[in-house]
Design a protein around this ligand. Structure first.
Ligand SMILES: *[C@@H]1O[C@H](CO)[C@@H](O)[C@H](O)[C@H]1NC(C)=O
Ligand SMILES: *[C@@H]1O[C@H](CO)[C@@H](O)[C@H](O)[C@H]1NC(C)=O
Ligand SMILES: *[C@@H]1O[C@H](CO)[C@@H](O)[C@H](O)[C@H]1NC(C)=O
Ligand SMILES: *[C@@H]1O[C@H](CO)[C@@H](O)[C@H](O)[C@H]1NC(C)=O
Ligand SMILES: *[C@@H]1O[C@H](CO)[C@@H](O)[C@H](O)[C@H]1NC(C)=O
Ligand SMILES: *[C@@H]1O[C@H](CO)[C@@H](O)[C@H](O)[C@H]1NC(C)=O
Length: 519
């Protein structure tokens, strides 16, 4: 009951959470116990019948042994289907510029305001024990513990996403993972997926440039990929994409540096983040907003609701508004990083979704995967817990920690606390009217899909003498593992981007295929 009262009175205040603080609640001196707290003297011993080393019988009444063995066999929880390998850290968001004319987000309402956060960075395709520095996209998730609820940002290493049709998600995921027959990653399948869905080539250009093998999480820029909305209580809004630019500078690996590094230290990115924070060398990112006025959405040079498209900085300049600094390592990886649970649906007043179909569909599966991994009460785990939360019908369920004590489980109720109107609230559906017929929709690929990949090919030329050649080499290293028919199809798609690119990819890939065959 004291905790409930504490939660109720915290309304409107911003406090720093410290879920690392899990000191032993002992009587002052530590001793070993069973899980029920019963003191024991010999936790390594065995309860057996007889004293004969050669012919003793173990008894089921060895409660300590059953207790610890049962626990170890239940230790693993399902790993995330994507983003399984990750690192986490606590930090702070500091508001550096006044953008209150764009959004009523409480954590941005005062320059200098600091909001605690938890971040989890991850690769996408590999399993929980896979190498950090592989060529892959990366997820950058932030949970901002704002005074008006937890705002989760589920951002990405590339400025765009491979898909714009959400029903393609499972195929995209499977094509990057292990072959159902051989249990091997399969280059033919990977490239075949993208050849069947070439809108993803804009993303592939980033993945196969050296940007796809960042030095570590600290040296990476971060992008919202989807278009969200900055909202005001009166219904006014602006569309927004967020970019978090690394203050450490962008730094990456070549294909050969990557291959060597993942042999020497498969956990390099995890180690890099942990040791930097441990040494007080706190990594930071400057937060920028790209703003699109609602009326400009239809006339924009790119479809702002298409997650496969980058929003050009020249049309939508970066407006700085804050800084994220990571300054504390978790004390317990499982409790704080593995059990951290982010979901796109964690929205707060001032921040909302747009009609980007990838974003709309992202509202569902993240929460669903957390319920599967952690159970319905995952928001009560310390790392996921908001500063304040009250809804009297959200009760019970497996592993409930905060169950609102004896407060009524219905509302409104004369027996419950007095409810006051919040300063502002989430009312997404207000101020909107849609009149439309129901349609079945699948996006089409057009020549338009290849202009941004082409621009990036030219951009690479300006980024250093070897950047174009590195992309070609990186593609050839992967594509040479695919079957001939898939390689031919891939050259055709690259030709739509640029003939020089396609020619160079074909030459290098086929040369590698030949030299591999001679090995
Ligand atoms: C959080 O708790 C840990 C463990 O008790 C402690 O070492 C650390 O200093 C605390 N951090 C803050 C910011 O209070
Ligand atoms: C918000 O304010 C800034 C400067 O104070 C101004 O440049 C910008 O145009 C304003 N934006 C809107 C949408 O009013
Ligand atoms: C890759 O997948 C294709 C299609 O299922 C299959 O023909 C091929 O044998 C697979 N290669 C490997 C190495 O598993
Ligand atoms: C890779 O990082 C280097 C700096 O280490 C930079 O010059 C280059 O532009 C980066 N390449 C890409 C594709 O981002
Ligand atoms: C819905 O479809 C009907 C029949 O094609 C059409 O007459 C009507 O204008 C459509 N309504 C809207 C809002 O597009
Ligand atoms: C590909 O190789 C052929 C034959 O060696 C050469 O003539 C051509 O210039 C090369 N094309 C590219 C784009 O490197």
């Amino acid at each position: 009951m004291t905790r409930i009262i504490l939660y109720l009175v915290l309304l409107g205040q911003s406090i720093a959470l410290n879920v690392s603080d899990q000191s032993l609640p002992g009587p002052g001196e530590d001793y070993y116990t069973l899980s029920n707290g019963c003191p024991i003297d010999n936790p390594q011993g065995l309860v057996r019948l007889g004293n004969n080393e050669l012919d003793g019988k173990v008894l089921l009444q060895d409660i300590n042994l059953i207790d610890v063995l049962t626990h170890v066999t239940h230790e693993r929880i399902p790993e995330r289907v994507v983003h399984a390998k990750g690192s986490g850290a606590y930090g702070v968001f500091e508001t550096t510029h006044d953008i209150t004319n764009l959004t009523s987000l409480a954590f941005l309402n005062k320059v200098g305001k600091q909001t605690p956060l938890f971040a989890r960075f991850s690769t996408v395709a590999g399993e929980k024990g896979s190498a950090d520095n592989v060529r892959d996209s990366r997820g950058f998730a932030f949970k901002l513990y704002t005074e008006e609820g937890n705002l989760d940002w589920l951002f990405f290493g590339a400025p765009m996403f491979p898909l714009r049709d959400p029903a393609k998600f499972p195929s995209f995921t499977h094509a990057q993972k292990r072959d159902p027959s051989s249990n091997l990653k399969n280059a033919s399948v990977f490239w075949d997926f993208f050849n069947q869905n070439p809108e993803g080539y804009n993303f592939l250009m980033r993945l196969f440039s050296d940007q796809g093998t960042p030095w570590s999480y600290r040296y990476t820029d971060i992008h919202s990929i989807n278009t969200y909305r900055f909202t005001q209580p009166d219904g006014n809004f602006h569309y927004v994409r967020i970019a978090l630019k690394t203050d450490q500078g962008v730094r990456n690996l070549t294909q050969d540096q990557m291959t060597r590094l993942i042999g020497v230290d498969p956990d390099f990115a995890t180690r890099d983040l942990y040791t930097a924070i441990d040494a007080g060398d706190f990594p930071s990112w400057t937060a920028y907003a790209q703003i699109i006025r609602p009326g400009d959405a239809v006339t924009s040079s790119v479809n702002i609701f298409d997650a496969t498209r980058e929003l050009p900085e020249k049309d939508y300049p970066l407006i700085p508004f804050g800084r994220i600094t990571l300054n504390r390592n978790p004390a317990n990886y499982f409790a704080e990083v593995e059990q951290s649970a982010f979901q796109v649906a964690n929205l707060v007043p001032g921040w909302d979704v747009s009609s980007d179909p990838i974003l709309q569909v992202r509202l569902f599966p993240y929460g669903d995967t957390q319920r599967y991994r952690l159970g319905i009460n995952f928001p009560q785990l310390p790392v996921n817990r908001p500063v304040y939360s009250y809804n009297p019908t959200r009760r019970d369920g497996a592993s409930n920690i905060l169950n609102l004590g004896n407060l009524p489980n219905y509302f409104p109720s004369r027996y419950g606390p007095q409810i006051v109107a919040p300063r502002q609230y989430r009312a997404s559906a207000e101020h909107m009217e849609w009149v439309a017929n129901v349609t079945s929709y699948l996006s089409q690929v057009t020549d338009n899909d290849f202009d941004q990949p082409r621009d990036y090919w030219h951009t690479l030329a300006g980024m250093g003498a070897t950047q174009q050649a590195n992309l070609v080499y990186n593609v050839a290293s992967s594509l040479s593992g695919a079957e001939a028919a898939v390689r031919q199809q891939t050259y055709k798609v690259f030709r739509k981007i640029h003939r020089d690119l396609a020619g160079a990819v074909q030459n290098q890939t086929e040369a590698l295929v030949l030299s591999n065959a001679m090995l």
